[in-house]
Design a protein around this ligand. Structure first.
Ligand code: NAP
Length: 346
């Protein structure tokens, strides 16, 4: 394939947002697609993973990964197809998962392979969008957060917030497979119905049903208390669950999406003394720490998919240029399932 006639449309970070990101925080640029260096490749982006973490990457300051610089192509994981190769590791036509950025093409040198976390994906294990969901970063987060930090035992009660989202759907299904009672927390009746009827959760609390809905729901659905809380949202919901934990409970701090667009200080847990009373533990996780064991989790999850024991739902929006608006769906709860931006058809 000749690269000479290809134009790469990109979306770059233009300004650090205050509160919810807005159109002027982005710039739209174009570049020619460059030939790969010896050992390098060119990837055509097919689908990008839109993640709540992107909001954090837009902020200045120390985190588990450096912020995206002003003027840089926005960081994004995705799946793409190799369209030019001077590498003996990847051939033209290979489907790969990597940090591609919010752009249509990326040219990588061999030195960049490790940093970009590139690996070939096997479509026999799952579809392109499943590789961004249950078999990808969110699935790995759910798997290792629950299994390594939560350490579920059959018969325990697991509560997961953001239950209908990418991480939450995986956490709840794994917990069910491990013999736990699973209660989700999600926004709205449609999402709650789906996690119970389609995914097999034991119950789901609609946190938008009115004041006190979470407390009342926990009382009703967790009569023996909460042994494991997988927290995706932080804020008041975390406080409500802290009030219901059992002795020796484990709380996995995976994320706090309710706080990501705050213009005031992050709301910390008020009920933290419940950890003391209950000899309980609250621990943060970063999925990348488990990268050397992803293959094991992928094999287990692919097995569940094959056996019809695990479902996945992706919310696919088409068009690179929609990125600034599409990203906002994560923060207003408009995404139903893993949010994926389709950039090109295979
Ligand atoms: P997701 O759940 O697919 O999408 C985000 C969802 O968050 C929305 O659909 C919405 O669902 C919910 N939400 C938004 N604002 C909220 C609020 N104010 N209060 C309560 N819920 C709210 O996203 P995801 O990719 O699976 O990520 C879930 C969490 O995991 C995020 O906090 C993310 O940062 C974290 N995460 C952490 C790691 C790690 O390594 N630690 C890795 C991946 C993801 P409702 O309609 O139910 O409100």
């Amino acid at each position: 394939m000749s690269l000479a006639n290809l134009t790469n449309h990109q979306i770059r970070l233009a300004a650090r947002p205050v509160g919810m990101p807005k159109a002027t925080d982005w710039s739209h640029t174009t570049e020619a697609v460059t030939e790969p260096a010896d050992g390098g490749i060119v990837i055509k982006t097919l689908a990008l993973s839109l993640d709540p973490a992107m909001r954090g990457w837009m902020n200045e300051g120390k985190s588990y990964i450096p912020p995206v610089g002003i003027g840089e192509v926005m960081r994004a994981g995705g799946v793409g197809k190799v369209i030019a190769s001077k590498s003996d590791k990847f051939a033209v036509g290979d489907l790969v998962s990597a940090t591609l950025g919010v752009q249509e093409y990326v040219t990588l040198t061999a030195d960049e392979f490790k940093r970009n976390g590139i690996f070939k994906i096997d479509q026999r294990a799952g579809t392109v969008t499943q590789w961004l969901n249950v078999l990808g970063m969110p699935g790995m987060t759910g798997y290792f957060g629950l299994m390594d930090v939560g350490m579920p035992k059959a018969g325990e009660t697991v509560v997961v917030s953001g239950a209908a989202g990418a991480v939450g759907q995986t956490v709840g299904q794994i917990a069910k497979l491990k013999g736990c009672r699973v209660v989700g927390i999600a926004g709205g009746a449609a999402k709650c119905d789906w996690v119970v009827k389609e995914l097999g959760f034991d119950a789901c609390i609609d946190y938008k049903a009115g004041p006190g809905a979470v407390r009342a729901g926990l009382k009703e659905h967790c009569p023996k208390g909460v042994d494991i809380y997988f927290d995706n949202v932080g804020g008041e919901i975390l406080d409500d669950v802290l009030a219901k934990i059992t002795r020796g409970a484990r709380i996995i701090i995976c994320g706090a999406i309710s706080q990501y667009n705050n213009t005031t200080a992050v709301q910390g847990p008020k009920n933290y003394l419940s950890l003391l009373v209950n000899r309980a533990r609250m621990e943060g996780i970063v999925v990348f720490d488990y990268a050397d064991r992803y293959h094991l989790a992928v094999a287990e999850m692919a097995g569940y998919i094959r056996e019809g024991k695990m479902k996945s739902k992706e919310d696919v929006v088409v068009g690179l240029q929609t990125f600034p608006d599409t990203l906002l769906k994560l923060f207003n709860g408009e995404n139903f399932g893993k949010l994926v931006l389709e950039v090109a058809k295979d």
